[in-house]
Design a protein around this ligand. Structure first.
Ligand SMILES: O=C(O)CCC(=O)C(=O)O
Length: 264
């Protein structure tokens, strides 16, 4: 009975794909129960992923019911990762400063997260998705903030908001996109324990994901499609980890300044 249902789901999935995706003789995909080689997903995928020429037909994928699940081997457009962005000595100095900070709880939809946060430049109000001017960015971050901006190809003063996440063992962060209150480029650096980051993109028929380990002292950049269209998450960590995120709060139009508008 169960086998019959699975077979039916697989056949539906295959028929749906065969009808939706054009065949390409040059493409090769791994054989799975519900796919055959020669299916080119690139055209279908480039529709929801605006501006991306996604040629990902060599990646393995599988079906769950009618949805194609695809684990990418290459990072999606707009994602960059840099090893050893800082030296072990720099990391130790920053960690010593982070231990002195006063971290606040995060409450989202009535639930208190295991991670705690500190904001500088602007506070971020999780419930309303708004940024509000707050404490100045501390001097110990000035050097790495400029270095991060340089790597991202942005001016020295590109970032005006810093978010520090403190993840004790067992804490992670669920899939999300950074709020539209923040500009196009987001830079994150990692200190302490390594962590697994996942990037996800969903349409009604295709779920794509990419996974990597964020090593301590590394930096990642989210911009372009991966910033605007994809979600990112961090799995629960095994040991204490900190991340420092650099962002730019977009200027608020004068008309909206005194209103409590909810971001999209
Ligand atoms: O810990 C990280 O590197 C990710 C942080 C993050 O995505 C966030 O706080 O919005």
């Amino acid at each position: 009975m169960v086998f019959g249902k699975r077979l039916a789901a697989g056949v539906i999935c295959w028929i749906q794909l065969a009808a939706t995706f054009p065949l390409s003789l040059n493409s090769t995909v791994s054989l799975t129960p519900c796919f055959k080689p020669g299916i080119d997903l690139s055209q279908a995928l480039s529709q929801p992923m605006l501006g991306v020429k996604a040629v990902i037909i060599h990646e393995p994928f599988r079906c769950i019911g009618r949805v194609v699940i695809q684990k990418l081997k290459k990072a999606p457009e707009g994602f960059r990762y840099v090893f050893d962005f800082m030296s072990p000595a720099e990391e130790q100095n920053i960690l010593a400063e982070l231990r002195q900070l006063n971290f606040q709880s995060v409450v989202m939809r009535g639930r208190v997260a295991k991670r705690t946060v500190a904001h500088f430049g602007f506070d971020y109000i999780y419930n309303t998705q708004q940024a509000r001017p707050s404490k100045a960015i501390p001097p110990f971050l000035q050097h790495i903030i400029s270095k991060a901006a340089l790597i991202a190809g942005l001016p020295d003063d590109a970032f005006n908001q810093v978010l520090i996440n403190r993840y004790p063992a067992g804490a992670g962060i669920h899939g999300h996109k950074d709020a539209p209150a923040f500009d196009e480029t987001i830079v994150g650096i990692s200190l302490g324990a390594p962590a697994v980051m996942r990037l996800h993109h969903r349409t009604p028929t295709v779920v794509q994901s990419f996974k990597l380990t964020l090593e301590p002292r590394s930096l990642y950049i989210l911009s372009g499609t991966v910033r605007s269209e994809w979600e990112h998450s961090v799995d629960p960590v095994k040991n204490l980890r900190y991340s420092i995120t650099f962002r730019r709060v977009k200027p608020v139009p004068l008309l909206l300044k005194n209103k409590t508008t909810r971001s999209a």
